[in-house]
Design a protein around this ligand. Sequence first.
Ligand code: PGA
Length: 261
Amino acid sequence: MVDRKPLIAGNWKMNFNHLEAISFVQKLAWTLRDAKHDGSTVEVAVFPPYTDIRSVQTIVQADSLDLEYGAQDLSVHDSGAFTGEISGAFIKTLDAKYVLIGHSERRQYHAETDEVVAEKITAALRNKLVPVVCVGETLEDLEQHGPSAVAASQLKVALGALKADDDFVIAYEPVWAIGTGKAASETDAQNVAKVLRETIKDALGAEAAEKTRVLYGGSVKANNIAAYMRQPDIDGALVGGASLVLDEFASIIQYQKHIGV
Ligand code: PGA
């Protein structure tokens, strides 16, 4: 079995200006250092607003922090007359590793379709960014189609833009669990993660399915992270609200200390 390095990712959404970002990242690094956290066992990434990324880059590089970062979105275009858009090429120039694509808030408030998501995946890969592709069902979808159908169908379209040797991450985020405090049960999250891994296998083969990390997101907290991380098909978490609270996020990152294995 391939060793998938767990990824704990903090999606800051539209929170923290660049000064707050600098302060948070520094405090997070100190907290983890004081706790003697072993950064080699879990990858940590933050997704700040665009205006913070340069500041985060400066701190990470100046202090050689064991922290990756990425953008929350990108344009399908690399340059040109697209007012307000941000190019993947610019994000890459800031040494970002990742970019979130198709977060439910983008799908919901910015009418991003599965086809736009696929185009953004292509733009990310073209600029050597690792796409973190978000999929997940609304409460209505859940009631009509069950937990995995919508996520799997969104993923199928996304996989059309990916090849077996591309580096990408999938985040299963049930929309009804985001910011609500109503997290999916670890069993349901595991079942969907398994279906998503099978969907990757059908499209890109067994090797791609084995190496690709599948995250769970939606009301992840310090007190439920361990239950997800015990599941065989869940390789990490995409954390929103709790990633803005220093001790909570530091505790989520150190889930191995409270996982009980
Ligand atoms: P939440 O958000 O952890 O606040 O539920 C998760 C997300 O939107 O990525």
